[in-house]
Structure formats: C-alpha cells, structure tokens
Design a protein around this ligand. Structure first.
Ligand code: NAD
Ligand code: UGA
Length: 480
C-alpha cells in the first residue's frame, strides 16, 4: 500500500489529505504537525478549521486510511510520498524583511526528512514558495541524506477557503512540476496516478519545477489584481455616479474577461494574496526587474488605499469624528464561510476606527473573541507562524467588545459596518436594527450585501462600496 505523509496539518494539509484519503482508499495517509493542540483537534469532533463539507470527509476516512499525529518522524520515515505544507510567512527581519518568504519552517522540515529517511522518497512542495525553492530543498536533502534518493516535485495548491472541499473534489487543474530527468518524470507519474483516481487526466498539468512554482505566485497575483482593478473602479464610480456592480457585470460579459472575481469590496484579505505578491515583488527585485516589481506592488497599494478610504468614509460621514461613538462591526473573517481571520481587511478597518477612538462592538458567526483580540493586538505578519510560536500580545485592546448576534452588536450604535459578506447579513431585520440605533443611523457596507434603496427608505444613511452616493455623503471628502 502506498503511504503518504503530509507535514503541516493546517488549512491546506488537513483538507487536501482528507480528500486524497477519501478518493484513494488504497493509500494510507498520515497528517503530522508540531502543534499538539492542532492534532488533538483533528482527532476530535471539533476540527481546528471551519470548512463546509470537511467534517463529513474526515469522518468517513479517519481511523481507516487517514490519521493525524504528532509523531512526525515515524510517519515521514515510513512514507513513500512526503507532502510539505508548512507555513511560509513573510520575513519580518533581516534581508528581504517585509517582502521575502521566510523558509525557516520549510528548511527545518527538509532537514528532518533527510535525517529520518531510510528509503527513497518523493518530496512534494505543497506550501507556496519562491520560484527556485526546490533547488535549495534538493541541496538540503542530498547533502544531509545517507545515500537515500529523493525526487522533489512542486504541486502547489489552488483551493480557496470556504469552498476547499468542492475545489478539491473538482479542481480546475492540478499542477505538478518536476525535474526533466527520467527520475523526475517517474516521480511526476507517481503523483499524477494519485490525482488521476478522481481528477480527469486533461486537468492534470505537468511542467518543469520552476514553471510550477512560479505559476502559483502568478495565479494569486492575477486574482488579487482583478480585485484591485475593480476596487480602483469603485472609487471612480463613487466620484461619478456610476454603479460598480453594473460596471462589473458589463465588463465581465466579455468572454475574454469573464464574470468571476469582480466583486468590489473593502479590500482583499486572506493568508496568501498579500504574502505571495510581496514574495513575487522581492523575486523580481532580486532578478533586476524593478519595473515588474513596481507593477505588482501597485496591487497591494490599491488594496491598502481601499481599506483606508473605507475608514475615512465612516469618519467623515459621522461629522468627522467617531470618538466615543459605538460602531457595530458585522463580520470579521476575511470572507464568508470561514472562521479564518488572517490578513482580514477587518483588522485594518477596526484599527483605523480605534485610532479615531471609536468603541467597537464586533459580531462574526465564526470568529471568537480571543482570536479578534489577538488579531487587533498582533504585529503585522506575526500571525503567519505556527500558533504555539506566535508572540503573545501583551494587552488586549480595550474599546472592543465581541458579541454573539448582530442585534446586540447594533443596539444603541451610531453606525454599523459590514466587513464580511455572510449570507445572514442580507436577511437581518434592518427595521428593528434602525429602531434600536442612535440617529442619524449609518450603514457602511464594505461588501455590497444590503439592499441600499430598502435601507434608505427605512431611514438609514447608506454608504455601499462603489455605489452612487447618498445625498448626505456627496459633499464630504473621503480621499485616503
Ligand atoms: P497553516 O498555518 O494553517 O498550517 C501550517 C501548519 O504547519 C501549522 O499547523 C504548523 O504548526 C505546521 N508546521 C510548521 N512547521 C512545521 C514543521 N517543521 N513540522 C511539522 N509541522 C509544522 O497554513 P496553511 O494555510 O495550511 O498554508 C500552508 C502553505 O500552503 C502556505 O505556504 C500557504 O501559502 C499555502 N497555501 C495556503 C492556502 C490557504 O487557503 N490557506 C491555499 C493555497 C496554498
Ligand atoms: C485564494 C485563491 O482564490 C486560491 O486559489 C489560492 O489557493 C489561495 O488564495 C491561496 O493561495 O491561499 P482564498 O484567499 O482562500 O483563496 O479566498 P478568495 O476567494 O480568493 O478570496 C480572497 C479575498 O478576496 C477575500 O478577502 C475575498 O473577500 C476577496 N474577494 C474575492 C473580493 O474582494 N472580491 C472578489 O470578487 C473575490
């Protein structure tokens, strides 16, 4: 029986391995991690991540051909294929700080593999890494092994959170890069045979190593660029009276452009877009391509501008101060259907409002108070390390309360802002919310989920990203 081990039981390692185990009953899959708390959670009824459909997949395979363990070395030494799906955060110190990928966790995993391997192995890069990482990993493995043969493959993951299980069941493509040698090609075939158990062959793309590594960074950069493009248009829509939803619809009807990923928002978040673009920018700079680097940097600048613009709209609409005012924040996760808050735009928006002395009452159906407190007090990029290695925040943020429903959050509030597009925010009783708020009552919709006309009829002053402005807001400057 083929044995797979995956190092890193996170948002990628957990779901991808669970799906491999489900689709390949003839393969034994072990997911290992240095975090005991995470592994305990994977072995419990409350999985460490919220992902629709994941519970069901894990329940079907756990105890059969899927296991979760902290015995990293044992499972790595027994495996034929070792996936590495560990954190690859942005460096915070030293050369390339604020841009380059920190490969500490990857390197320590590679050294451990070399240490414990007694039989030949295929080592698969699942983490998103800088192009040419495989070369470094290859050197670490071959210089430290005792004659054991390794083949390195790049098999980047394209799943999106919230839809991870359906993305894994039915991927647009699976990408496998390997060395253009007989050994490399054989390794590619071995991994292709795993995916071929449920993915049609014409969706499995095989390339050289560097193309696979770079394609992952390029795909995330292109996706993020679309959002910054539409968000830049949202600012122009507000200035001109155009409606960004109508513009997106019209633009997306061109089959060359396509309709997906054109929703204007308060900004993109998530663990990867910013990190991977910064990494891309750094690689361009290192390769003497400053013009290319600056081009991609702009995607992040527009994203930051969008978040700042949103905060400024709130403050300027509310008589240029939110000091002492209660602002309800509906949604904290970086998108709906996940409890993940990594790089969520809510962090910057909340920090901006706290900076102006607002009192925040936050509600998110999947995010707990301690997570919100950590996020609001943690330094940039510190979140992307294994949980037990993250610096503890010295103090919690005062002026922030976290509550368990939207009606409590909005009671007696001066304004409410929507920062995640949870479906339940569309169905709230806005008349009841209006009745219980201070007047004038403001709604700032960062996700375009509310029916603007309906809310205006109730009596709210409504700002919705990229939509024609309320009379109240028209003469107020909101430049970032
Ligand atoms: P994560 O933080 O959820 O999981 C990483 C896990 O690796 C953690 O549980 C950590 O404890 C563990 N780990 C770190 N070093 C280890 C070691 N030496 N030995 C054993 N375990 C170790 O991160 P994630 O979201 O799963 O992302 C992992 C990688 O996949 C990153 O490179 C990311 O860019 C990439 N990626 C993420 C997504 C996503 O949607 N989250 C999608 C595609 C690619
Ligand atoms: C993204 C990519 O979609 C995945 O293909 C990739 O594997 C993953 O990053 C990764 O490498 O980590 P994810 O971050 O989970 O997935 O979620 P997305 O659906 O891409 O959303 C990212 C952010 O963009 C969210 O904050 C979302 O609200 C925002 N967004 C998305 C918009 O503002 N507008 C849109 O039209 C789409």
């Amino acid at each position: 029986m083929v044995k797979i081990c995956c190092i890193g039981a996170g948002y990628v390692g957990g779901p991808t391995m669970a799906v491999i185990a489900l689709k390949c009953p003839n393969i034994q899959v072990a997911v290992v991690d240095i975090s005991t708390a995470r592994i305990n959670a994977w072995n419990s009824d409350t999985l460490p991540i919220y992902e629709p459909g994941l519970d069901d997949v894990v329940k079907q395979c756990r105890g059969k051909n899927l296991s979760f363990s902290t015995d990293v070395e044992k499972h790595v030494s027994e495996a034929d294929i070792v996936f590495v799906s560990v954190n690859t955060p942005t460096k915070t110190q030293g050369l390339g700080a604020g841009k380059a990928a920190d490969l500490t966790y990857w390197e320590s995993a590679a050294r451990m593999i070399a240490d414990v391997a007694k039989s030949k192995k295929i080592v698969v890069e699942k983490s998103t890494v800088p192009v040419k990482t495989a070369e470094a990993i290859e050197k670490i493995l071959t210089h430290n092994s005792k004659g054991v043969e390794f083949q390195i493959l790049s098999n980047p993951e394209f799943l999106a959170e919230g839809t991870a299980i359906s993305d894994l069941f039915n991927p647009d493509r699976v990408l496998i890069g390997g060395r253009e040698t007989p050994g490399g090609q054989k390794a590619i075939e071995t991994l292709r045979d795993v995916y071929a158990q449920w993915v049609p062959m014409d969706r499995i793309i095989c390339t050289n190593l560097w193309s696979a590594e770079l394609s992952k960074l390029a795909a995330n950069a292109f996706l993020a660029q679309r959002i910054s493009s539409v968000n830049s248009m949202s600012a122009l829509c507000e200035a001109t009276g155009a409606d960004v939803s109508q513009v997106s619809h019209a633009v997306g009807k061109d089959t060359r452009i396509g309709p997906k990923f054109l929703n204007a928002s308060v900004g993109f978040g998530g663990s990867c877009f910013q990190k991977d673009i910064l990494n891309l920018v750094y690689i361009c700079e290192c390769n003497g391509l400053p013009e290319v680097a600056n081009y991609w940097k702009q995607v992040i600048k527009v994203n930051d501008y969008q978040k700042t613009r949103f905060v400024n709209r709130i403050v300027s609409s509310m008589f240029n101060t939110v000091s002492g005012k209660k602002i309800a924040v509906l949604g904290f996760a970086f998108k709906k259907d996940t409890g993940d808050t990594r790089e969520t735009p809510a962090i910057d928006v909340c920090k901006g409002l706290i900076g102006d002395k607002a009192k925040l009452s936050i509600y998110d159906p999947q995010v707990h108070q301690d997570q919100i407190q950590r996020d609001l007090s943690m330094k940039k990029f510190d979140w992307d390390h294994p949980v037990h290695l993250q610096p503890m925040s010295p103090t919690s943020v005062t002026d922030v309360t976290v509550v368990w429903d939207a009606y409590t959050a909005t009671k007696d509030a001066h304004g409410l802002c929507i920062l995640t597009e949870w479906d339940e925010f569309k169905k709230l009783d806005y008349q009841k919310i209006f009745d219980n708020m201070q007047k004038p009552a403001f709604v700032f919709d960062g996700r375009n989920v509310v029916d603007v006309e309906k809310l205006r009829k109730i009596g709210f002053i409504v700002y919705s990203i990229g939509k024609p402005l309320d009379e109240w807001l028209k003469d107020m400057p909101a430049v970032a």
